[in-house]
Design a binder for this molecule. Structure first.
Ligand code: NAD
Length: 320
């Protein structure tokens, strides 16, 4: 098969998988297969730049927004993350960062396997919750976000601000939900991420309210903080739920031992994670390092290899 044909074939597969995953919340391939096809496409486009098109899946964030929701235009684009699948790739990324920002250190965090959410507050009151959508335009899911107990409806300080993070479904809630669905002969959700996405993208907020969704917030769009660690601490003080397992690392060796440690903890965590996110801790360096159309260059996701999970309760094996 020639390169052009292979590119066309991968694009078709990725586009089909994206609709199933982002629009229907019902994936038709596992994440690892999707990630490997994406890696191959990125490599083929790098080797053949004339074959890279603007509508390529390598240039697009997420999926299309569902028309049943009011549309929300994000004032600051909600981006994706570049992926790394090996420590070598991480070290290469570190070299690229240090080439332009020699003093950079990293805030490393768990990569929660849920869906991104933007929360807007006016004078300390929650006024809007939105999905990432295609990065520029998301879906208004305020009615569902308000049902999530960890989302403060009112902040401790009357701030006008925006925070971003992840909505997820804890593993126990996911198992319970699928048991109920099995009893009712309804289609099972493939994993926690799709169950969470399927729950918040409903018009009837009574459905989300019953699903025990939870949140971890990790971006604070307030320029008064100097580091990502400070941003996390500030968000905690404001009343947001912040994952406590982040760490400030000064070297890549420290980053890699964090990844090893979290990889061991992963099966016992009460929520799914699919990797570790590294962010340059010093926020003033972000604009120096820059971004592409799809992701910031000052952050990267290390993706864990796929994990076989067997749930005896459901007697099904699924991949996360
Ligand atoms: P991504 O999931 O690889 O990474 C970006 C996302 O990570 C962010 O948008 C954010 O929501 C999330 N995130 C979690 N914890 C975070 C933290 N601490 N800090 C910052 N961000 C954090 O990228 P994506 O664009 O959302 O989705 C692409 C991925 O989705 C693919 O790599 C694949 O694994 C999966 N996918 C699978 C299929 C399929 O058919 N199985 C289809 C499409 C996408």
């Amino acid at each position: 098969m020639d390169i052009l044909e292979r590119i066309k074939e991968i694009k078709e597969k990725l586009n089909e998988a994206s609709v199933a995953y982002y629009v229907n919340d019902n994936p038709i391939m596992d994440d690892y297969e999707y990630d490997m096809l994406m890696e191959e496409l990125i490599r083929l486009e790098e080797e053949n730049p004339s074959l890279k098109t603007l509508d390529s899946p390598t240039q697009r964030i997420g999926g299309e927004v569902l028309s049943k929701f009011k549309k929300v235009t994000h004032q600051v684009k909600m981006m994706s993350l570049a992926d790394a699948f090996s420590y070598d790739e991480l070290r290469e990324w570190d070299k690229r960062v240090k080439a332009v920002a020699a003093d950079a250190t990293y805030c490393v965090e768990l990569k929660i396997d849920g869906l991104s959410v933007s929360l807007k507050y006016e004078d300390g009151v929650l006024v809007q919750g939105a999905t990432r959508g295609n990065g520029t335009v998301g879906e208004d899911i305020t009615h569902n976000v308000k049902t999530i107990k960890s989302v403060p409806l009112k902040l401790k300080t009357p701030l006008t601000t925006e925070v971003r993070g992840e909505i997820f479904m804890p593993k126990a809630s996911f198992i319970q939900l699928n048991l109920e669905r099995e009893e009712n002969e309804e289609e099972l959700f493939a994993n926690c991420r799709n169950a969470a996405a399927g729950s918040v993208r409903q018009l009837d907020s009574r459905i989300a309210a019953k699903r025990n969704l939870d949140t971890f917030l990790y971006y604070y769009l307030d320029q008064n903080v100097e580091t990502q660690v400070e941003a996390l601490e500030d968000m905690k003080r404001l009343g947001f739920k912040v994952n406590p397992m982040y760490r400030h690392c000064k070297t890549m060796d420290e980053v890699i031992s964090y990844i090893e440690e979290m990889g061991k903890k992963r099966p016992d965590l009460p929520y799914d994670i699919d990797g570790i996110v590294l962010k340059v801790n010093e926020i003033n360096l972000h604009s120096v390092i820059g971004e592409t159309v799809k992701y910031p260059k000052w952050a990267i996701a290390y993706k864990f290899p796929p994990e076989e999970v067997h749930t005896e309760l459901l007697d099904i094996t699924y991949q996360v």
